[in-house]
Design a protein around this ligand. Sequence first.
Ligand SMILES: *[C@@H]1O[C@H](CO)[C@@H](O)[C@H](O)[C@H]1NC(C)=O
Ligand SMILES: *[C@@H]1O[C@H](CO)[C@@H](O)[C@H](O)[C@H]1NC(C)=O
Ligand SMILES: *[C@@H]1O[C@H](CO)[C@@H](O)[C@H](O)[C@H]1NC(C)=O
Length: 546
Amino acid sequence: MSSPLAQPAWKKLQAIYDDYGKSYSTRDAFAKDSSRFDTFSTTFENYDGSKILFDFSKNLIDESILSTLFELAKECNVEQLRDDMFAGKHINTTEDRAVYHVALRNRSLKAMYVDNVNVSPEVDSVLQHMKEFSELVRSGEWKGYTGKEITDIVNIGIGGSDLGPVMVTEALKPYAHPRLNVHFVSNVDGTHIAETLKKCDAETTLFLIASKTFTTAETCANANTAKNWFLQRAKEQSHIAKHFVALSTNASEVAKFGIDTKNMFGFENWVGGRYSVWSAIGLSVCLYIGYENFDQFLKGGEAVDNHFVNAPIEKNIPFIGGLLTIWYNNFHKAQTKLVAPFDQYLHRFPAYLQQLSMESNGKSVSKDSKFVNYETGIVMFGEPTTNAQHSFFQLVHQGTKLIPTDFILAAKSHNPIEGNLHQRMLASNFFAQAESLMLGKTKEEVEAEGTSASLTPHKMFSGNRPTTSILAQQITPATLGSLIAYYEHVTFVEGAIWGINSFDQWGVELGKSLAKVILKELDADKDVETHDASTKNLINQFKAWA
Ligand SMILES: *[C@@H]1O[C@H](CO)[C@@H](O)[C@H](O)[C@H]1NC(C)=O
Ligand SMILES: *[C@@H]1O[C@H](CO)[C@@H](O)[C@H](O)[C@H]1NC(C)=O
Ligand SMILES: *[C@@H]1O[C@H](CO)[C@@H](O)[C@H](O)[C@H]1NC(C)=O
């Protein structure tokens, strides 16, 4: 494959950027073109009839920029790569694997093939297993070792086995079973498990150990600590079966741990960690909100898949989202992207997207094993707003960096308290932030307020700071599924243009393997003599102080 820089559309985009793109003014564009909103916004209709409005019109684009971006997508064969993913082909090139998490939410129950094997029956049987198990726990039929119902679920996992379930259970809290609390332990820092166990009663706690191989160092350490805590109370080894289940494929290790392999929920090697919330890794979600809601979550994802596969590029929402990243990152030289949900339940959504985006596209080698000479993955960050307005929004409005931003709001709150006053205040900020980032405040406007000459520049806002506003009707399981799938495909389009493998993550390995060596050194009595001088002295000081 050739570098995106070699594509005719890339050169055209560079010419547009140099010509007028870099100083393109959305403020002027809105003033001139009364149909701008209609041209650059689009409404996604979900499978259940609910809608999500994507307003791209406050971005630094006109029709010719956007159509050249579409040309670029065509020249980079993004559609072909997409079709390959949906056909279960081995697009995870460095490891020669399929990337087929979309099969987990394909509820058509038709045959789906990976390496000539129909994976549909397996996908469905794991879902059926999740359904049965979650119904037993939720109904109270499933009892702990003293005959009590389960009240607390502790998911022990890390990375994709943690971020997805944490984010989704938080986002869908209004749908939770009233008897159930969920807890997540990921950090190997003993504080995380210790503080969590303080809140739990061994008689009524169910642990989910989430590790595909059952060998993940942090997860195994936390799982063993949980088991020891449990056994100190329950005494009998055989009680483990009532209180521990595994989200794993390693039957022998699971059995060794003491878990009944009947209570093991598997997933295939074509499910990457950061896409695994749709798989058995979503069991905590399914327990918490129930199978019906989990099914709607899957269907919301599937609906976006259908759109991504079938809509022409020009009307394809994830294509537009992904191509905007290219425009800002590679032409405007933006380094970051901000995702700001105006929704307290979505408070872990930015963290989730951080993994999705940065683990996928933080690469500097292309699929043909060459170091790239252009920018790839963006630094993704975010926080629930309006809190963020009182911290880093200063820089977004008046700093020297261009920070393309997504704002997310649901029209209907799950908590319309005080006559919905809170929701109206929240929404007013959603509209005001996007509008003010776009319009800014000119010298004349500041001066008209009678501001002194020396203060005037401080109160000016350059404006023209791009935002995409995503307005949903309500954060339901289906809407959340759609939003996640949207960002997955945005990430996909970005990586496809950059020509990198968005599906591996070699970058997490080096530090991990070095940590294993250092762990042994920490256990030894004597000072270390190896490493660079900085690392050596830090280790020895730690040993002296620990
Ligand atoms: C199961 O765990 C063992 C022991 O760590 C490991 O050697 C083996 O590769 C694992 N198998 C699978 C299927 O993950
Ligand atoms: C791609 O392959 C790598 C390396 O085996 C694996 O860790 C990763 O999970 C795979 N990604 C997907 C999306 O399947
Ligand atoms: C679901 O799978 C069926 C059968 O392979 C396929 O025809 C359909 O396009 C898939 N849907 C999506 C959204 O991938």
